[in-house]
Structure formats: structure tokens, C-alpha cells
Design a protein around this ligand. Structure first.
Ligand SMILES: [Zn+2]
Ligand SMILES: [Zn+2]
Length: 62
């Protein structure tokens, strides 16, 4: 079961990438060892669709 943190990406973060990062074990358990996660690969390099980014103001990290 994904933790509450995993399911609640903060503003400015990609929901999918956040979930896969914080609930990695569960999100990737269907993959073979060392198999790439298609969802993660498709977002790799900052290619997250805008529709998956949590709206709201990013807390100024930079
Ligand atoms: Zn993934
Ligand atoms: Zn993403």
C-alpha cells in the first residue's frame, strides 16, 4: 500500500515520478529484476507531461 506521502506529491512535482520514487517497491514489483519501468523511462530527463504536474506554487527551493 502506497504511503500517504507517496500519494500526495507537492506542487510542482510530477505525480507519477513522485509515486514511483516514494512507492518504488510496489510500483515496480511487476518488473523483472533490472527491467526498466516504462513509466519512469517515458518521464526520464524531465519529460513529464504538464498534466501530471501537481498544480500550485512550488516552495522556493531555488
Ligand atoms: Zn517507475
Ligand atoms: Zn514524471
Amino acid at each position: 500500500m502506497a504511503s500517504e506521502k507517496a500519494l500526495n506529491a507537492p506542487p510542482g512535482e510530477c505525480r507519477q515520478c513522485w509515486l514511483h520514487a516514494y512507492d518504488s517497491r510496489a510500483q515496480h514489483k511487476h518488473l523483472a529484476p533490472r527491467e526498466d519501468c516504462p513509466a519512469c523511462v517515458s518521464h526520464m530527463g524531465g519529460k513529464c507531461p504538464t498534466s501530471m504536474i501537481v498544480p500550485g506554487k512550488r516552495k522556493g527551493w531555488w
